[in-house]
Ligand binder design. Structure first.
Ligand SMILES: [Zn+2]
Length: 296
């Protein structure tokens, strides 16, 4: 009788400890990172799925329903998800929204445009929200997730800590690989011309100068004056290539290519939502290869 009671208590405790933590994710890269950190002690509900547009996403009532039972909602932060205050109200007190990027050091959004032009997309001077283009930031994010998961499910702390460590090791190796690849690009050619201003963190970590044709969003609203300025910048800097993006290949880039002798590089993945590459590893490796190929 006592033995049965003890084994019953043991069973209940064991099943409590083995309970995976349920989280919801608002970014495919973060969903993947959560799985790397959480292993089999995490259940990730992907609200914002690969192929989506992080700059214009808003959760639907159906998305809200699928967040039910989650302890945490993982957001990119840095004001990327303007709907968070509204979401917080709808979800109530039981679910915590974790802005993963909040504690990651910001760099200012880069817009090389004329400040007299008060167009909507270009009037954006906060932090660059695309923090996931840096291996060091991804390592920070892994630790942030491990801490948050451990606070929500202390019994699984060992899994989360070792998951974050293993992910960090992979990201460090990837960074070393990228540095080696990029070393073949002549120093003067390390200028990255892209459609929207998404690669600031990448440029900072790997020694490139970012030049974006559009602002931080993805509008195709560049003025002819801005295009002329960009063409001048490309000529002055003897830029070899410009890069379209998986979700932003604006007409203005075509016009710039036509107006200069610059070549068009392979499509870069800016927001980490490409269907064929929506993990940090696949996105980053793809981008590094495309950049090296065009600028070496
Ligand atoms: Zn973006």
């Amino acid at each position: 009788m006592i033995r049965t009671a003890i084994s019953l208590i043991y069973l209940i405790t064991a099943s409590l400890q083995a309970e995976p933590l349920k989280v919801a994710s608002l970014h495919p890269l973060i969903a993947d990172l959560a799985r790397q950190v959480g292993g089999d002690q995490i259940e990730v509900v992907e609200i914002m799925k690969p192929g989506g547009d992080i700059h214009h996403f808003e959760p639907s009532p159906k998305d809200l329903a699928s967040m039910r039972g989650a302890r945490l909602v993982l957001a990119s932060g840095k004001e990327l998800e303007s709907f968070l205050p509204k979401l917080r109200d709808s979800l109530g007190a039981g679910i915590q929204i974790l802005e993963v990027g909040e504690k990651i050091p910001s760099i200012p959004a880069t817009c090389n445009h004329d400040d007299n032009e008060k167009t909507e997309e270009h009037h954006h001077h906060g932090a660059d929200p695309h923090w996931w283009h840096s291996a060091e930031n991804m390592k920070r994010a892994a630790r942030i997730l491990a801490d948050a998961f451990s606070a929500a499910a202390p019994a699984n702390e060992a899994t989360y800590t070792s998951g974050a460590k293993a992910a960090s090791k992979r990201f460090s190796e990837l960074k070393s690989w990228a540095q080696k690849e990029i070393s073949v690009i002549p120093r003067d050619d390390r200028k990255l011309v892209t459609a929207h201003a998404a690669f600031g963190y990448f440029c900072k970590e790997y020694g490139f100068e970012p030049i974006s044709v559009l602002g931080i969003g993805r509008g195709d609203d560049s003025s002819s004056k801005h295009i002329a300025q960009t063409i001048q910048v490309i000529r002055d800097n003897k830029i070899k290539a410009v890069f379209p993006e998986d979700q932003a290949n604006p007409k203005v880039l075509t016009e710039i290519v036509r107006g200069t002798s610059v070549k068009t590089g392979q499509t870069l993945i800016a927001d980490g939502t490409a269907k064929e590459a929506h993990t940090f590893e696949t996105m980053f490796a793809h981008n590094v290869r495309a950049i090296v190929e065009a600028l070496k």
